[in-house]
Design a protein around this ligand. Structure first.
Ligand code: URA
Length: 221
């Protein structure tokens, strides 16, 4: 077969695949493009994170902490940064605050594997200090790409650092908690961080109100 004939055949195959995908999409099937794009996209971001040296935190961390849960989730939780347990295991929200987050997810009638969980920072700040503005700036691009690729219906920011990082302001969490906001065309609802709830259990009542609001939005498909 000549080069021209092979090229023609290849173009024919591409045309066939395109019309097949178009037909599937017309009949409501979104997963072909979505799954392909999603997985390839996230594994690329993960790969970049796992060799990131954009701020000094990579020198003191044990593991990069990328995400947990479903890459096609409708609900995404964004925390602040890995703590000691997360740093050791390389998985977000597995310590005491993480166990409470798991209970919150289950109270919503979901499992951890149904939602996507990640943090603003992918490396643990030493001694669990708060993220520095320059660390947030260095790391935020990864989170923005995770949000874009997972494309959840609702982003739930856990605590002030996640909310402030995405809103790009220093607004207090009390001012935005439970409010329907927007990030890059996605609905975003901040709530209190589970670590705060461990220190201040009465605030669980307000968080439950926020979670119920999210459940209602998720059920309206
Ligand atoms: N706190 C966070 O913000 N993220 C984690 O992964 C664990 C605790």
């Amino acid at each position: 077969m000549s080069i021209n004939e092979s090229r023609k055949e290849l173009l024919g195959i591409i045309k066939d695949v395109k019309s097949y995908v178009k037909l599937e999409k017309k009949s409501g099937v979104e997963y072909i493009a979505a799954a392909g794009k999603g997985r390839a996209g996230l594994s690329e971001v993960r790969k970049e994170v796992f060799s990131c040296k954009a701020c000094p935190l990579h020198k003191t961390k044990t593991n990069y902490v990328f995400s947990d849960g479903s890459e096609t989730a409708k609900l995404m939780f964004v925390g602040e940064a890995p703590g000691a347990d997360e740093d050791l295991q390389g998985v977000p929200f597995v310590g005491r605050a993480g166990q409470l987050l798991t209970k919150m997810i289950e109270a919503m009638g979901l499992k951890r594997r149904d939602v996507y969980i990640c943090n603003v920072l992918k490396c643990r700040p030493p001694g669990n200090r708060s993220p520095l503005p320059e660390e947030v700036r260095a790391c935020k691009g990864y989170l923005v790409r995770q949000i874009d690729i997972v494309s959840p219906k609702v982003i739930c920011c856990l605590g002030k650092h996640a909310a402030q990082a995405l809103l790009d302001t220093d607004v207090p969490i009390t001012k935005v908690r439970g409010k329907e906001m927007e990030f890059n065309g996605k609905l975003m609802i901040p709530t209190y961080h589970p670590a705060y709830l461990l220190r201040n259990p009465p605030a669980k009542k307000e968080v439950w109100e926020d979670l119920k609001k999210i459940m209602k939005i998720l059920s309206e498909d």
